[in-house]
Ligand binder design. Structure first.
Ligand SMILES: Cc1ncc(COP(=O)(O)O)c(C=O)c1O
Length: 378
């Protein structure tokens, strides 16, 4: 079903001031999100009047909504503080043996890589899968660096610079054939792309909430398959990890069922309240409709970029497309100058390693893409 952009735009004040094509950097708040956060922040001035059971209700609601978006299960969801923390708990919790390895494509986002480099003292090495001649890491390039000691394959679903979308089903198959786990950063895809944790077989997905989930910092959403929960031992532990109440000082370390065991202490209720309001908007559309909309906009943009003789730095293969595309003038300095010029015209994009990154979302329009193309032309 086509997305009703005019109605959606009314909920996003950013649309009154900016042509905002930068969701891979920061997701703007809707009016509902800003209100939910402000209301809760205000309510905290009077904690004695606050209904603290609202915390659990918010957590449950967000769990349900995220699980629904990815065809997962609410009881397999855990909240952390960031993508780096979700990756760290997955990395540290695997029962590694000296000499094991994990495989990660080159040029991955740092929070994907460091948690695994941090396993060196446990005898675990990181093997980087190289980019091919086309600038992207194919399944074959990943397969080529695996071996019988590979215990994890770690990727971003959508790469942060080029927007290259990895094939999760094929990667899960590869990982499972090796009896390894597939751990995926979905920070750049949860919201704008379709994800099905059951159909794809992916073991762990995790995302920070301040980009496409349009909430704030401080909440990492994580979904672990039953297979992953069996294999990943909790690294952090605290009052929320166990079945006992915090007044029970028997200290029986009895893990909670499902993924709740990975949550250690009090969760970021304020960001979760904002996230709940954001998800009300995001889940009012189907993931397929959002994906179709953003790919249509980025296709229109890439066609225009090509006509202007600029270089595209993203894959145009439909299997690898996402809501992120990148292009370059060919010069880093000219790219930087161009971003500044666009900024002065209230068009928000960003320079990232490969060139200039453009990342529209569900409320952006073809007119906004054309405005960007006109600005590039001039
Ligand atoms: C692919 C990707 N993952 C994760 C993050 C955020 O990571 P963290 O939650 O560790 O701050 C970003 C931010 O740019 C990103 O692009």
């Amino acid at each position: 079903m086509p997305i009703n952009t005019p109605t959606l735009r009314q909920q996003f004040p950013i649309t009154e001031t900016w042509n905002y094509l930068n969701h891979a950097t920061h997701g703007p708040f809707s009016i509902g999100t800003a209100t939910a956060i402000a209301d809760l922040a205000h309510a905290w001035t009077q904690p004695a009047d606050l209904d603290h059971s609202g915390n659990d209700k918010t957590v449950d609601a967000v769990r349900q909504m995220i699980a629904g978006m990815v065809n997962g299960r609410p009881e397999n969801m855990a909240f952390t503080g960031s993508l780096a923390e979700s990756m760290s708990l997955a990395a540290a919790g695997i029962d590694w043996n000296d000499g094991d390895n994990c495989v990660i494509p080159e040029q991955e986002f740092p929070s994907v890589v460091y948690p695994f480099l941090n396993l060196e003292h446990r005898g675990v090495s990181v093997r980087f899968a190289p980019k091919g001649a086309d600038g992207f890491t194919s399944l074959d390039e990943i397969r080529a660096v695996t071996d019988q000691r590979t215990r994890a394959i770690v990727v971003s679903h959508v790469e942060f610079m080029s927007g290259f979308r990895n094939d999760l089903s094929a990667l899960a198959q590869l990982a499972h054939d090796l009896d390894a786990v597939l751990i995926v950063d979905v920070t750049q895809s949860l919201g704008p792309c379709e994800i099905d944790v059951q159909a794809s077989g992916v073991d762990v997905i995790a995302a920070h909430s301040y980009k496409w989930l349009m909430a704030s910092y401080g909440v990492g959403v994580t979904h672990l398959s039953d297979r992953a929960i069996e294999r990943i031992h909790p690294t952090y532990a605290g009052r929320l990890s166990v079945d006992l109440g915090f007044e029970d000082l028997g200290y029986e370390l009895r893990w909670r069922k499902g993924a709740a065991r990975y949550q250690a202490g009090g969760l970021n209720w304020i960001t979760l309240a904002g996230l709940q309001a954001s998800l009300d908007v995001i889940t009012s559309m189907s993931p397929a409709d959002i994906a179709e909309h953003t790919v249509r906009l980025t296709d229109r943009f890439l066609d225009g970029v090509e006509q202007q003789g600029l270089e595209i730095r993203s894959s145009r293969d439909p299997k690898h497309r996402s809501a992120i595309v990148a292009f370059t003038t060919g010069s880093e300095q000219a790219d930087a100058d161009l971003v500044k010029k666009l900024d002065a015209q209230k068009i928000s994009v960003v320079q990232r390693g490969l060139g200039i990154r453009v990342s529209p979302y569900f409320y952006n329009t073809e007119d906004e893409i054309d405005q960007l193309l006109d600005a590039l032309q001039s």
